[in-house]
Design a protein. Structure first.
Length: 202
């Protein structure tokens, strides 16, 4: 059986870091986390046996973000997989290649984000929720526990979505009130932050 050599890796705190991720010194990487693993894209794994598997891009994690334990964040394929400041990522979350997560996002245990997902400021993704690739989760949106967010669902800022497939229940009043924002504030955040970056916008 041919043996492929993996990219260099090192350990930091309790986690394993691969492809030299850019992690802010105030971020916390908990036990069992794997940061910068190879993107799960078939073509990237089809390399000659003598070559090393090296991701095209890496991972960036900003200030005061916490990955509690057993979180996997894949390296990017076209851009760095990015997690902004002050995020709280719970046990067993999977964040695939090229995801872009803005600041103050909470992702509960067991949630899965497929490739190229963008999660806008202040959003909450519930336990064991699944997000289809190339989706965009609006600012201060709430994705309920176990929800499945399919490809064509429009996830509007400041709204709540539940079920399989996910459907909109209405405005996320609790989340907006806790943040001291109106629905119009959340919509303005999406327009200001994401449209200039060319990232999908609800």
């Amino acid at each position: 059986m041919p043996i492929m050599r993996l990219a260099p890796k090192r350990t930091d705190n309790f986690g394993t870091l691969i492809h030299d991720p850019n992690i802010h010194p105030t971020a916390y990487i908990g036990p069992g986390c794997v940061i910068g693993s190879m993107p799960e894209i078939r073509d990237l794994w089809n390399v000659p046996d003598t070559e090393r598997l090296v991701a095209p891009r890496s991972v960036s994690i900003d200030a005061r973000t916490i990955l509690t334990a057993n979180v996997r964040v894949d390296a990017g394929s076209r851009r760095d997989t990015t997690i902004g400041a002050d995020c709280f990522i719970m046990n067993g979350v999977y964040i695939a290649h090229d995801c872009f997560i803005e600041s103050n996002v909470t992702i509960a245990a067991g949630a899965c984000l497929a490739g190229h997902v963008s999660v806008h400021t202040g959003a909450y993704i519930g336990m064991n929720a699944s997000i289809h690739q190339r989706q965009a989760i609006g600012a201060y949106a709430m994705i309920g526990m176990g929800a499945v967010v399919p490809k064509r669902l429009l996830v509007k800022p400041g709204h709540t979505y539940v079920g399989n497939p996910a459907r909109c229940l209405g405005v996320n009043h609790v989340g907006l009130e806790r943040a001291g924002l109106t629905l119009q504030d959340a919509e303005a955040l999406d327009a200001e932050i994401f449209k200039p970056l060319g990232i999908p916008f609800p």
